[in-house]
Design a protein. Sequence first.
Length: 390
Amino acid sequence: MADIDLSSILNIAVKSKASDVHLKAGVPPILRVHGQLVPIKNHERLAPDEISRAAMRVMNEVQKEHFRQHHQVDMAYSVPGLGRFRVNIFQQRGAVGIVLRVIPIKIQTFEELNLPKVLETIANETRGLVLVTGVTGSGKSTTLASVLDHINNHKSLHVITAEDPIEFLHRDKRCIINQREIGVDAQNFSDALRGALRQDPDVIMVGEMRDLETIEIALTAAETGHLVLSTLHTIDALETINRIVSVFPPYQQKQIRIQLAGVIKAVISQRLMPTKDGKARVPAIEVMVTTARIRECIEDKEKTKEIADAIVKGHTTYGMQTFDQSIMSLLHKGLITYDEAMRQASNAADFSLKFKGVSGTSEMGWKDFEKEEKDSGGAAPAPAGDIERF
């Protein structure tokens, strides 16, 4: 029986601007394009042994052993002249399955990704903790790569990353960048992070803050004068603060709130939304920048729920914005439909009233936001052709 032509499938995926490729026994290869799953036309159904052989071809001996023991493995895979892919090989119902995430070769700028200008200010921070959050596939890695690339273009620093696996490849520009892969260059995130503190870093990027130990070391690193960048699977700034605090035992939580309030610089949360023409996706971005009011909200458990209100009111002075403000901006720029805006809005009823021009009692942040939109002409660059590859 013929083997799967993996390079050919991945070539079709890249040309189709797919974000992911699914290889499952009994069906043809399936691509995720603009958020929708579509099979490759006229491709034969894949046999279990074909997928198994393809999996064995892309794994090295260490990864094969890990797969035999744990029945799944994360890794990166490169195809010369085509690009890099984040790969998860797993077992389901006794058969092997493979999912590949397309990693763009080119790291896009904030402008190309349609990200708010305040990210430049955040990327210029010299110390503290910056978190990029969102659900799986919402573009966290792409945004984080763009932040690192901005630092690489504008500062002379030593950057250390701990990733599982390494996704975007950063070449040295003004910075020295050392990228460490979990399972290859380090045992786990906490070991990599602990080691990074002894490697004279200025910036530490941790692929994901997965456990209490990693979060603890990241907070300490941010406290001791390093800029720490990381991701969390949380939907917004409020949930991000609550998630970090809840990882710690109750007797520690008050102290952690004080520590977190002192080191956190920003939380960037994002969702991807289909464009009006259905040919791409654009990010809706919530940005929380730490101010005296935000610090107070983090420290005081009773005031944490006021973070969203603080973000609305912090737009003019600090460049903060809520999801609904971001979605309103995308709607005014003609990038998304009204129906999609309503579907994604955090508070659809309020959003509808604001869109119709009906103001509430505490709308200063919204009025300033809308004035700024009008002053800028409401125009924005069209989304980049491969912006959906978050």
